[in-house]
Design a protein around this ligand. Structure first.
Ligand SMILES: [Zn+2]
Ligand SMILES: [Zn+2]
Length: 405
């Protein structure tokens, strides 16, 4: 029987085809919920390795049954972003696509999901080639549309839970600007924030700029709202708790001498608990309604919510097992504690649909001599190695911690 350390030692030998695939995916990114070519490529490769594949809600799940034992799900996301690539790489994307609003936009794997696909396929191949070393069922899940918080929900809505065996454990990882490439970072409890965005329209009454007394000025109303919203986190959230309220966009009017009849604010919320997120949302709605009343607004404000991301809350039990496996595989010095990230993910939608405990960790994408730019930056270009082999090793080590004989 092949031992786990032996399997892990064989993974650098996979770098050739993985790097080729990575460059291909990087040069051919697809926007959220449009990832047909990427899904087809993943399906083809999973089937080549002997997986039974299921196409569910735009995603792909490869199932590998290998006798009695636990069922482990490992998830990778595969969508790209509407970002114009500025990496200067010879495999840089020059792709454009039509977004959901019909605009032509540049497309780039600026969040490293191409790295996720490549490392997860590396793990899938390794699991298929080392079936004598483990027993149970391995679910290699590839999801679309992470960036828009649509993909995981789309798979659940399409019947994911009824089509697959219930996993005992769900795992996933993300390539990040920190820690350094070759290292991973992991925490139990809240790992990523819960998030939601809202578009708020507040109404005034249009008038000539020289006759403000005949109108209701939504510019002044919106300005008062923005200022007052700064008190929500400062005065309503306990000092030790985490919350963010950001007004990312404020639009009203078109000309200096016209008082417009409405203003639009776009606000983003982050928190490490659903309760605090709800407190933030309730406070903002209350303040907006009260400011509208104070301003003599002629119509109720309108609230349109979008981009809802759940909390990523790692199970302590699962995280303890994964951390130990990562330490054994990568060396203790390469497994760092992770501070909860203010970013958000829809990964937990999948395990939550099954009622399965999970762990989500980060792996480094940049070497010390590189400029480590954050995810979503047009210059986001992870060092292919040691990032890819580290990600693949982490995936196989974590999965094998639950499935090895
Ligand atoms: Zn992203
Ligand atoms: Zn991402």
């Amino acid at each position: 029987m092949t031992a786990v350390p032996e399997i892990l030692r064989s993974l650098p030998g996979e770098a050739g085809w993985q790097e080729e695939l990575y460059k291909h995916l990087h040069a051919n990114p697809e926007l959220s919920m449009q990832e047909t070519e990427t899904a087809a490529e993943i399906t083809r490769r999973l089937e080549e390795h002997g997986y039974t594949t299921h196409q569910i809600g735009g995603g792909v799940v490869g199932v590998l049954e290998n006798g009695p034992g636990k069922t482990v799900l490992f998830r990778a996301d595969f969508d790209a972003l509407p970002v114009k690539e500025e990496t200067g790489l010879d495999y840089a994307s020059t792709v454009t696509a039509e977004d959901a609003e019909g605009n032509t936009v540049p497309v780039m794997h600026a969040c490293g999901h191409d790295m996720h696909v490549t490392t997860a396929l590396g793990a899938a191949k390794s699991m298929a080639e080392n079936k004598d070393a483990w027993s149970g069922t391995y679910l290699a899940l590839f999801q679309p549309g992470e960036e828009t918080a649509e993909g995981a929900q789309s798979m659940v809505d399409a019947g994911l839970v009824s089509q697959l065996p219930t996993p005992d454990v769900a795992l996933s990882q993300h390539v990040l600007a920190a820690p350094e490439a070759g290292k991973v970072a992991i925490t139990d409890g809240a790992a990523l924030s819960t998030a939601v965005s809202v578009k708020i329209t507040v109404y005034g009454k249009g008038s000539h700029g020289s006759m403000p007394h005949l109108g209701v000025d939504p510019v002044v109303l919106a300005a008062a709202i923005v200022t007052r919203l700064q008190t929500v986190v400062a005065r309503e959230i306990a000092p030790g708790d985490f919350g963010v309220v950001t007004v990312g966009s404020l639009q009203a009017g078109s000309k200096a001498n016209i008082i417009p009849d409405h203003a639009v604010l776009r606000i983003n919320f982050r928190a490490y608990s659903e309760e605090i997120r709800q407190t933030l949302v309730d406070a903002v709605e209350r303040i907006v309604r009260a400011e509208c009343e104070a301003a003599r607004s002629p119509r109720e404000p309108e609230f349109e919510y979008s981009d809802r991301f759940p909390l990523t809350n790692n199970s302590t039990e699962v995280t303890d097992v994964v951390r130990e496996a990562l330490q054994a595989a990568l060396g203790e010095e390469n497994v760092l504690p992770m501070s909860p990230l203010t970013a958000s993910e829809d990964f937990s939608v999948v395990p939550d649909a099954f009622g399965t405990p999970y762990c989500y960790w980060g792996f480094g994408g940049f070497t010390a001599d590189q400029d480590a730019v954050p995810n979503h930056n047009p210059k986001f270009a992870p060092a292919i190695q040691p990032t890819m082999t580290t990600g693949t090793t982490a995936a196989v080590a974590a999965v094998m911690a639950f499935l090895a004989k």
